[in-house]
Write a protein that binds this ligand. Structure first.
Ligand SMILES: [Zn+2]
Length: 778
């Protein structure tokens, strides 16, 4: 801070100072009202973001019996669907989702991704170039009405339309039956969310049975039928309903499922039933219902006998289950704020995951239920289950997660935190989208972004040193700094996203974190976010309902933030372009004249004078004594009695406050900021004074509303400033922090001495800075 400028002003100027604000051509663009981009409110969805007075949604109840053929890894099922038309519309046909058909040989999803010949290709990749040959997908063997009469239907890829003989009028319901079978796929080969995993060491399978029955598509007020095809990417849009499911599996299997077990007496031993009763009283340490020793014994030999498990679930949008003879099973009760009874937190895992899951899984489930319940609504279901199945995927009350130990039972910190993070995330999905039932086929971020955000809050409450992967603002900055042709707005359909994890998970979650920590504050945000969860629990919200609720409940204008963060690919980069330092002119000649004299000398110094003196040039005035006396007799900077009198007359006119201000020796700073990135944000300024003390103040984002590119702001400070930094806590995802400092703060970046190795070997980087490791994946 070298610059010292004097300001000669009238008193009182700072109180009303406004600086020349250029109204440029961008005026209003980033602060335009958001409502122009949202749907019109209706009797179904209000302008406040709540369900309207005539809100409706469809309902679908399922009674299903299924048989798992462990010999052929095949699932055979028969279902009765009862569909309730609660809409005001007569329906001529119904749409059902057949997601398993995405793997049928002629499915479009094999064809519509660009491909190329690469230097190294697997047999499977080469073989796939002339098409797919498999027996995957649903084999529909019966579609009949309640009287057993065949119904007309057509299958278009992953969607099935059933044509109704008689129009289904508003308020009516219809029951019909579908029979089917399909070959479950090996998930590691097919990349499917459900299927089987084979363990060659012991010859057993873990089945994860998901998307396994024809399910009703969503019919809604905002898009009619959502029959957008499943391509393997955009997930699911599903209708709430009640389920009664019977699964017939090998008698030595343990089944974990959505819902409550109805026939424990038939499928569990009396010892297991006793342990289950014990687990319901335990809140600290899970009780093992099947122990490791029992699981190891169980997986030694199979059986041809079968058992039928019966589960029931109410008000769920989907139903999934798992079955294996490899499972250890543990459980304990969870204490949930706002709920009288206690849901059971449970885990199912094979010996391969025992070291991690036995310690952390069920505890992570219980912690997740408690924390999410605090920020949303009390967890409403009877159970929440974590199944170790080598990767993560979510369903109501049950999810499949990751986290196996090395063969000796040990594991790295990375695997431990990876497992805990995935368990929190997948259990968290119970709230988004299983309860707050958004449309995943259209908007991945509506569940992944909200869930990843609450996951971040839950991780914070799990462990103070938790290595968060997504949530903190600074972690999303590198993604937002990418070239614009590699980015898309968060408001992009699920199928069309390039940066799936960064965009729909991380950026969407980080936006909520910035709202909470920086723009709204925790109190206002937490209330508004909870309000959204309360309004839309067990309903179908759209993005507009979320945006409107956050504003409706907080009185914070968020239009500019939602527009910038969710609808554009702008990034945050605010720069300090210039800082000017001012002092108030005291008008006291004894103070001001010496300063003016020094300034005069400085202003009139030039290189010719310097060289003239160095060369010993003889000056005319100095040679002539008489001229010299006359020449120097007047000093314009001499403080005269007239000047002192004038100053006294001036001070006599001042109020006490004005006199005090003149005597305070305040420091005035004028800072020029520019919005390099485009996304407007509050300007958070950290002042560091020359005595080492600091102060942080926030200028609201509204400062940009009349000029979105450049603003100047004036400040008055008691102390002299040594350094100014903006966004000191790295809370705005500023993509270039070098221009956040004044004076510029140059931190060295490490670079390496390159030395080629002897014998012509290729040089190798030994850079081992762990902080530079890429943080990959979704
Ligand atoms: Zn997820």
């Amino acid at each position: 801070m070298k610059k010292l400028t004097y300001l000669i002003i009238a008193m009182g100027f700072f109180a009303t100072a406004t600086y020349g604000q250029v109204v440029n051509s961008n005026h209003g663009k980033r602060f335009e009202q958001l409502e122009r981009m949202l749907r019109d409110p209706s009797v179904y969805r209000t302008a406040s973001g709540a369900p309207g007075p005539k809100y409706w949604q469809q309902k679908a109840d399922y009674k299903i019996s299924a048989t798992l053929d462990d010999e052929n890894q095949r699932l055979t099922g028969s279902e009765t669907i009862t569909y309730y038309n609660n809409s005001p519309d007569p329906l001529e046909y119904l749409w059902l989702a057949l997601d398993e058909n995405v793997r049928q040989p002629d499915n479009d999803s094999y064809k519509f991704d660009p491909s190329s010949i690469r230097p190294r290709m697997s047999y499977g990749q080469i073989d796939a170039l002339d098409g797919h040959d498999n027996d995957w997908g649903f084999h529909i063997t019966k579609v009949a009405d309640a009287k057993g009469q065949p119904m007309t239907y057509i299958i278009n890829q992953t969607m099935m339309r059933i044509d109704l003989a008689k129009t289904l009028k508003p308020g009516e319901k219809i029951s019909f039956n579908i029979d089917w079978w399909y070959n479950t796929t090996n998930r590691s080969e097919s990349g499917a969310r459900g299927g089987h995993e084979y363990f060659p060491e012991d010859g057993n399978y873990i089945y994860t049975i998901t998307g396994w029955f024809p399910r009703m598509a969503v019919y809604s007020d905002f898009q009619g039928w959502n029959n957008k095809q499943f391509t393997g990417r955009g997930e699911f849009a599903l209708t709430f309903g009640d389920y009664d499911v019977e699964m017939t599996v090998p008698a030595d299997h343990i089944v974990g499922s959505t819902g409550s077990l109805q026939n424990a007496k038939e499928v569990l031993t009396s010892e297991q039933q006793q342990r289950w009763a014990q687990a319901q009283k335990e809140f600290v340490e899970p009780v093992k219902i099947v122990t490791l020793e029992e699981a190891k014994e169980n997986e030694k030999e199979g059986t041809t006998a079968t058992k039928t498990w019966n589960f029931k679930a109410e008000n769920v949008r989907d139903f999934a289950w798992t079955s294996s003879r490899k499972f250890v099973w543990d459980a304990m009760a969870a204490d949930i704020e706002g709920r009288e009874d206690h849901p059971m937190a449970m885990s199912y895992y094979a010996k391969e995951a025992y070291g991690i899951y036995e310690r952390y899984s069920t505890k992570a489930v219980a912690h997740t239920l408690k924390t999410y319940s605090k920020y949303t609504i009390p967890y409403p279901y009877p159970v929440a289950i974590s199944v170790e199945a080598s990767n993560g995927m979510e369903y109501p009350m049950i999810c499949f997660n990751y986290g196996r130990t090395l063969p000796d039972g040990t594991y790295s910190e990375a695997t431990k935190y990876g497992a805990i993070g995935v368990i929190i995330h997948e259990v968290g999905h119970n709230f988004f989208p299983m309860i707050v039932n958004s449309d995943e086929r259209q908007w991945t971020w509506m569940d992944e972004g909200l869930n990843t955000f609450v996951q971040y809050l839950t991780e914070q409450e799990f462990d103070n040193n938790y290595p968060h992967r997504r949530g903190p603002a600074a972690k999303i900055a590198p993604y937002m700094a990418l070239p614009k042709d590699q980015l898309e707005p968060i408001m992009t359909n699920s199928e069309n996203i390039i940066g799936f994890g960064n965009n729909a998970y991380a950026k969407a979650a980080t936006g909520l974190n910035i709202l909470r920590e920086t723009i709204m504050g925790r109190e206002l945000f937490d209330f508004a976010f909870k309000q959204y969860a309360k309004r839309w629990a067990f309903k179908h919200p759209t993005p507009d309902d979320l945006f409107r609720t956050l504003e409706d409940a907080s009185a914070v204008d968020l239009d500019w933030f939602i527009r910038g963060w969710y609808f554009t690919i702008d990034n945050v980069d605010i720069s300090i372009d210039n800082v000017k330092w001012f002092k108030l002119d005291t008008k006291n000649p004894d103070v001001e004249y010496p300063i003016a004299e020094a300034a005069f000398k400085e202003a009139n110094t030039d290189v010719a004078d310097k060289r003239n003196r160095e060369e010993g040039l003889e000056f005319y005035v100095e040679e002539d004594q008489r001229l010299q006396d006359f020449y120097y007799s007047y000093n314009q900077f001499e403080v005269t009695d007239e000047a002192r009198t004038a100053y006294q007359r001036f001070t006599a006119t001042l109020s006490d406050e004005e006199k005090a201000l003149l005597g305070d020796d305040k420091n005035f700073y004028e800072i020029e900021f520019s919005n390099v990135g485009g996304l407007v944000m509050p300007i958070i300024i950290e002042w560091t004074y020359i005595d080492g003390s600091t102060e942080v103040e926030t200028i609201p984002a509204y400062i940009w509303r009349k000029n979105e590119d450049k603003v100047t702001k004036a400040f008055m400070k008691d102390k002299e400033v040594a350094q100014i930094r903006i966004d000191p806590y790295r809370e705005t995802a500023d993509t270039d922090e070098a221009n956040n400092y004044w004076p510029r703060n140059n931190q060295p970046t490490r670079f390496e001495l390159y030395k080629s190795r002897g014998g012509g070997a290729r040089g190798q980087s030994f850079g081992a800075n762990p902080m530079q490791k890429a943080n990959g994946g979704n």
